[in-house]
Design a protein. Sequence first.
Length: 165
Amino acid sequence: MSQCTCQPDVERLHDGELEQRLAMAMREHVSTCGECSRDLHELEDLSGWFRADQTGEMSDAELSRLHASVDQLIEQAEPRLLMFPWVRAISAAAASFVVIAAAWMSQGPRTTPTVVKPTSMPEWAYMMFGENAPPDIPQSGFADADLANYFLDNLPDGGAHAKTN
Protein backbone atom coordinates (compact mmCIF):
# COMPACT_ATOMS: atom_id res chain seq x y z
CA MET A 1 0.00 0.00 0.00
CA SER A 2 1.22 3.48 -0.83
CA GLN A 3 2.63 5.64 1.98
CA CYS A 4 2.35 8.96 0.10
CA THR A 5 -0.38 11.24 1.37
CA CYS A 6 -1.34 12.18 -2.20
CA GLN A 7 -2.88 8.76 -2.96
CA PRO A 8 -6.51 10.04 -3.07
CA ASP A 9 -5.42 12.81 -5.40
CA VAL A 10 -3.75 10.27 -7.72
CA GLU A 11 -7.08 8.45 -7.99
CA ARG A 12 -8.93 11.71 -8.57
CA LEU A 13 -6.33 12.70 -11.22
CA HIS A 14 -6.88 9.41 -13.02
CA ASP A 15 -10.65 9.83 -12.87
CA GLY A 16 -10.42 13.41 -14.19
CA GLU A 17 -12.02 14.88 -11.07
CA LEU A 18 -9.33 17.52 -10.30
CA GLU A 19 -9.48 21.12 -11.42
CA GLN A 20 -6.98 21.96 -14.15
CA ARG A 21 -4.61 23.84 -11.78
CA LEU A 22 -4.61 20.99 -9.24
CA ALA A 23 -4.29 18.39 -12.02
CA MET A 24 -1.13 20.07 -13.34
CA ALA A 25 0.37 20.24 -9.83
CA MET A 26 -0.48 16.59 -9.30
CA ARG A 27 1.13 15.57 -12.61
CA GLU A 28 4.33 17.30 -11.48
CA HIS A 29 4.18 15.44 -8.18
CA VAL A 30 3.60 12.12 -9.95
CA SER A 31 6.65 12.70 -12.13
CA THR A 32 8.84 13.04 -9.02
CA CYS A 33 7.17 10.56 -6.62
CA GLY A 34 7.84 6.91 -7.44
CA GLU A 35 4.91 5.56 -5.39
CA CYS A 36 2.35 7.89 -6.93
CA SER A 37 3.79 7.27 -10.40
CA ARG A 38 3.48 3.49 -9.90
CA ASP A 39 -0.09 3.85 -8.57
CA LEU A 40 -1.14 6.01 -11.51
CA HIS A 41 0.34 3.52 -14.00
CA GLU A 42 -1.49 0.66 -12.24
CA LEU A 43 -4.77 2.55 -12.47
CA GLU A 44 -4.17 3.29 -16.15
CA ASP A 45 -3.33 -0.37 -16.85
CA LEU A 46 -6.47 -1.49 -15.05
CA SER A 47 -8.58 0.96 -17.00
CA GLY A 48 -6.96 -0.31 -20.17
CA TRP A 49 -8.23 -3.81 -19.43
CA PHE A 50 -11.77 -2.52 -19.34
CA ARG A 51 -11.39 -0.42 -22.47
CA ALA A 52 -9.51 -2.99 -24.55
CA ASP A 53 -12.38 -4.87 -26.15
CA GLN A 54 -15.96 -3.98 -25.35
CA THR A 55 -17.58 -6.27 -27.93
CA GLY A 56 -18.46 -8.82 -25.25
CA GLU A 57 -17.44 -11.76 -27.44
CA MET A 58 -14.45 -13.93 -26.72
CA SER A 59 -12.10 -15.11 -29.39
CA ASP A 60 -11.42 -18.84 -29.73
CA ALA A 61 -7.98 -18.38 -28.16
CA GLU A 62 -9.45 -16.54 -25.17
CA LEU A 63 -12.14 -19.18 -24.75
CA SER A 64 -9.64 -22.04 -24.82
CA ARG A 65 -7.41 -20.20 -22.27
CA LEU A 66 -10.44 -19.73 -20.03
CA HIS A 67 -11.33 -23.42 -20.26
CA ALA A 68 -7.74 -24.42 -19.53
CA SER A 69 -7.64 -22.13 -16.48
CA VAL A 70 -10.91 -23.51 -15.13
CA ASP A 71 -9.72 -27.08 -15.66
CA GLN A 72 -6.51 -26.29 -13.82
CA LEU A 73 -8.40 -24.76 -10.89
CA ILE A 74 -10.64 -27.82 -10.66
CA GLU A 75 -7.64 -30.15 -10.65
CA GLN A 76 -6.01 -28.10 -7.90
CA ALA A 77 -9.16 -28.07 -5.78
CA GLU A 78 -9.99 -31.77 -6.24
CA PRO A 79 -7.65 -33.06 -3.51
CA ARG A 80 -9.27 -30.68 -1.03
CA LEU A 81 -12.71 -31.92 -2.03
CA LEU A 82 -11.68 -35.55 -1.58
CA MET A 83 -9.97 -34.92 1.76
CA PHE A 84 -13.21 -35.50 3.71
CA PRO A 85 -15.38 -37.86 1.63
CA TRP A 86 -17.47 -38.78 4.68
CA VAL A 87 -18.80 -35.20 4.86
CA ARG A 88 -20.81 -35.77 1.69
CA ALA A 89 -22.32 -38.98 3.11
CA ILE A 90 -23.23 -37.34 6.42
CA SER A 91 -24.76 -34.37 4.60
CA ALA A 92 -26.89 -36.69 2.46
CA ALA A 93 -28.03 -38.60 5.55
CA ALA A 94 -28.93 -35.38 7.36
CA ALA A 95 -30.89 -34.11 4.36
CA SER A 96 -32.77 -37.42 4.15
CA PHE A 97 -33.59 -37.26 7.85
CA VAL A 98 -34.99 -33.73 7.48
CA VAL A 99 -37.18 -34.74 4.52
CA ILE A 100 -38.53 -37.83 6.30
CA ALA A 101 -39.18 -35.91 9.52
CA ALA A 102 -41.00 -33.15 7.63
CA ALA A 103 -43.20 -35.71 5.85
CA TRP A 104 -43.95 -37.50 9.11
CA MET A 105 -44.83 -34.31 10.95
CA SER A 106 -47.06 -33.04 8.13
CA GLN A 107 -49.37 -36.04 8.60
CA GLY A 108 -50.56 -34.76 11.97
CA PRO A 109 -51.91 -36.84 14.84
CA ARG A 110 -53.71 -40.07 13.94
CA THR A 111 -56.03 -40.01 16.96
CA THR A 112 -57.92 -37.17 18.47
CA PRO A 113 -56.42 -35.96 21.71
CA THR A 114 -58.38 -36.77 24.88
CA VAL A 115 -58.91 -34.05 27.42
CA VAL A 116 -58.78 -35.38 30.94
CA LYS A 117 -60.77 -33.35 33.46
CA PRO A 118 -60.38 -33.89 37.17
CA THR A 119 -63.38 -35.42 38.94
CA SER A 120 -63.56 -32.73 41.57
CA MET A 121 -62.33 -29.16 41.39
CA PRO A 122 -63.27 -25.79 42.85
CA GLU A 123 -66.12 -23.91 41.27
CA TRP A 124 -63.82 -21.32 39.69
CA ALA A 125 -61.88 -24.05 37.86
CA TYR A 126 -64.99 -25.05 35.91
CA MET A 127 -64.96 -21.61 34.37
CA MET A 128 -61.49 -22.36 33.05
CA PHE A 129 -63.01 -25.17 30.93
CA GLY A 130 -66.01 -23.01 29.96
CA GLU A 131 -68.55 -25.14 31.80
CA ASN A 132 -70.91 -24.66 34.72
CA ALA A 133 -70.06 -21.04 35.36
CA PRO A 134 -71.90 -19.65 38.36
CA PRO A 135 -75.00 -17.71 37.28
CA ASP A 136 -74.02 -14.56 39.18
CA ILE A 137 -70.82 -14.07 37.08
CA PRO A 138 -71.31 -12.20 33.77
CA GLN A 139 -70.24 -14.20 30.70
CA SER A 140 -68.95 -11.28 28.64
CA GLY A 141 -65.59 -12.89 27.98
CA PHE A 142 -63.71 -10.02 29.59
CA ALA A 143 -62.34 -9.89 33.10
CA ASP A 144 -64.32 -7.28 35.00
CA ALA A 145 -64.34 -6.37 38.70
CA ASP A 146 -67.03 -8.93 39.62
CA LEU A 147 -65.16 -11.76 37.93
CA ALA A 148 -61.90 -10.72 39.54
CA ASN A 149 -63.55 -10.60 42.97
CA TYR A 150 -65.06 -14.03 42.39
CA PHE A 151 -61.60 -15.50 41.82
CA LEU A 152 -60.12 -13.58 44.73
CA ASP A 153 -62.87 -14.81 47.08
CA ASN A 154 -61.83 -18.38 46.30
CA LEU A 155 -58.22 -17.82 47.31
CA PRO A 156 -57.14 -19.36 50.63
CA ASP A 157 -57.11 -15.96 52.38
CA GLY A 158 -60.36 -14.87 50.72
CA GLY A 159 -58.55 -12.36 48.55
CA ALA A 160 -58.38 -9.83 51.35
CA HIS A 161 -54.98 -8.57 50.20
CA ALA A 162 -56.08 -7.64 46.67
CA LYS A 163 -59.82 -6.88 46.67
CA THR A 164 -61.03 -4.60 43.85
CA ASN A 165 -64.15 -2.44 44.00
